[in-house]
Design a protein around this ligand. Structure first.
Ligand code: AMP
Ligand code: TRP
Length: 336
């Protein structure tokens, strides 16, 4: 069993349509990291079923996330792209981590509180224990780095706590303490309708998000309708206090352009939002349309997508299985 010092694992759920937040907060960063790290990119369908998924669409969504990875520029030959439920070692390690993580730790998870809302008696047990599965996704590969959007920071802290506690409890150094990689100008993309809510797959309003499957006309329309305020763009960042919608659109612009927030502000200072939105719409279409076109092309070639996932699965299992066996041996389970 090798102990890598630069290995990435990250996951994206095949629930709903991928949106600009997924792209700018996560997938775009995966693309930039693939040269430097050995990468495992996982379509996390076990996570998706923590809320009910329609069996008639789940398989298609799983392939669509795979297509989005490839269309965005992840080289499927160089990286391992695979489906979580096809690698049973994730769920096996997750059970062990359920016995390591403490109730108090999980009770603090804000994503659970947000998703469960007032309905906490009636959500699945899986939704509550979700972060222990995420820890297993990462640690079953002994991954050292995890690129994610800002919303996953707390889950990564929990992953680190689980790794540390397991190592202490069993007097081992098996698991690394993985580092989050949260970077770029749009680590938390907000809803286009409400700058206080993050852009998400589950928002009932289609106008709250730009999806990777949107046509150019849809993108233009959504940006045109995006909420802003009556003021022009400010001279500097400090003048954006209390203007979350304006701040969000500027961050999106900077990230899409691979530029910086400050640079975009200085370019547009004093201009009105109608002008800015027009340029943002043009920029969005120019960056996203090629990805959408390539995703559509790939989705017409399901056998190619499945062959990538099959290769990814075999590689993933070959790395995960020895780590699982080692974990079981450390715990004192009878070996095979
Ligand atoms: P999910 O769609 O929940 O599976 O998220 C997949 C990846 O996208 C994770 O790394 C998230 O942190 C990231 N992500 C999701 N929503 C946003 C958002 N609104 N802004 C930035 N990153 C996001
Ligand atoms: N929890 C992540 C999200 O909702 C998805 C995820 C599952 C993940 N397992 C992971 C991200 C492992 C990074 C590493 O966005």
């Amino acid at each position: 069993m090798d102990k890598p010092n630069k290995r990435i694992l990250s996951g994206v759920q095949p629930s709903g349509d991928l949106h600009l937040g997924n792209y700018l907060g996560a997938i775009k960063n995966f693309v930039s990291l693939q040269q430097e790290y050995e990468c495992f990119f996982c379509v996390v369908d076990l996570h998706a079923i923590t809320v009910w998924q329609d069996p008639n669409v789940l398989a298609n969504k799983t392939r669509e996330v795979t297509a989005a990875f490839i269309a965005s520029g992840i080289d499927p030959k160089k990286n391992n792209i695979f489906v979580q439920s096809q690698v049973p070692q994730h769920a096996q390690l997750a059970w062990i981590f359920n016995c390591v993580a403490r109730m108090g730790w999980l009770n603090r998870m804000t994503q659970f509180k947000d998703k469960a809302g007032k309905n906490s008696e009636n959500v699945s047990v899986g939704l509550f224990s979700y972060p222990t599965l995420m820890a297993a996704d990462i640690l079953i590969y002994l991954a050292t780095h995890v690129p994610v959007g800002d919303d996953q920071k707390q889950h990564l802290e929990l992953t680190r706590d689980i790794a540390q506690k397991f190592n202490n409890d069993f007097n081992t150094d098996l698991f690394p303490i993985p580092e989050p990689l949260i970077f770029g100008e749009a680590t938390r993309v907000m809803s286009l309708r409400d700058g206080s809510k993050k852009m998400s797959k589950s928002d009932p309003s289609d106008y709250s998000r730009i999806m990777l499957t949107d046509s150019a006309e849809n993108i233009i329309q959504k940006i045109k309708k995006a909420k802003t305020d009556a003021e022009p763009l400010p001279e500097n960042k400090n003048n954006l206090d209390g203007r979350p919608e304006a701040e969000n659109l500027i961050s999106i612009f900077a990230s899409l352009q691979n530029s910086s927030f400050e640079k975009v502000i200085s370019e547009y200072a004093g201009k009105d939002f109608a002008t800015f939105k027009k340029d943002l719409a043009d920029l969005s279409v120019s960056k996203l349309e090629p990805i959408t076109t390539e995703m559509n092309r790939l989705m017409n070639d399901i056998s190619y997508i499945d062959s990538i996932l099959n290769t990814g699965k075999e590689k993933a299992i070959s790395v995960a299985e020895p780590v699982l066996q080692k974990t079981k041996q450390i715990i004192g389970f009878l070996s095979k």
